[in-house]
Design a protein around this ligand. Structure first.
Ligand code: ADP
Ligand code: MG
Length: 198
């Protein structure tokens, strides 16, 4: 579909104004990793810490988005790409609003991560939540690994669908080696370094 006859309206308040108002910059911190690696746990803990510091942050979580914005999509490669394209576009709007976006999505394919990176440009920071499959599987937070092994869930990342290990993430958090507190602190410090002007 073409948007050549749809002009964009420019408002009176721009991103820079909002960032000054918030006393911090906006950016996107994209958590990628296997199911059960710790993306949601860390992203929500960081959101709370930022909120308590008086900052504007918001978590976009794969599980929640699939109940609304992407409820008409499944887990085929095409649907995963469309899901991520939508999230990328929504976070772009949130960045304009001055928000620190914490996006917790498996984002298994390098090509999809590139699509999001290209859409967000310099605002995109990739955080690889690294954890061996056997540890994720033993955590089995939602019981999905067991069901995927039993063949009840298809296209399950790590079991019956691929995960491309990120080649040059901005930050790696090894959640099988760090405690939860250490993981959260590591990410929080990275976020602060990148959103608070020196
Ligand atoms: N260092 C750590 N960082 C994050 N989560 C951890 C860590 N160590 C153990 N966990 C546990 O691993 C699980 C991760 O689950 P979750 O955050 O839902 O994963 P994901 O969103 O990546 O699927 C949680 O039960 C969490 O308490
Ligand atoms: Mg999650």
């Amino acid at each position: 579909m073409s948007c050549k006859n749809i002009a964009q309206f420019r408002g009176w308040v721009c991103r820079k104004d909002r960032e000054r108002h918030n006393s911090h910059n906006a950016a996107v911190f994209w958590f990628t990793g296997l199911s059960g690696s710790g993306k949601s746990t860390i992203a929500h803990a960081v959101e709370k810490r930022l909120f308590d510091l008086g900052m504007r942050a918001f978590v976009f979580d794969g599980d929640n988005v699939r109940h609304g914005l992407s409820r008409n999509l499944g887990f085929s490669p095409e649907d995963r790409t469309e899901n991520l394209r939508r999230i990328g576009e929504v976070t772009k709007l949130f960045v304009e609003s001055g928000t620190i976006c914490l996006c917790a999505f498996i984002t298994p394919l390098a090509a999809d991560r590139k699509m999001v990176r290209d859409a967000l440009g310099r605002d995109y920071h990739e955080i690889f939540v690294s954890c061996p499959l056997d540890v994720c599987e033993s955590r089995d937070v939602k019981g999905y690994y067991k069901r995927a092994r039993a063949g009840e869930i298809t296209n399950y990342t790590g079991i019956s669908a691929p995960y491309d290990v990120p080649e040059s993430p901005s930050l790696i958090v090894e959640t099988a080696l760090l405690s939860l507190e250490e993981s959260v602190d590591t990410v929080l410090q990275y976020v602060l370094r990148n959103v608070v002007p020196a």
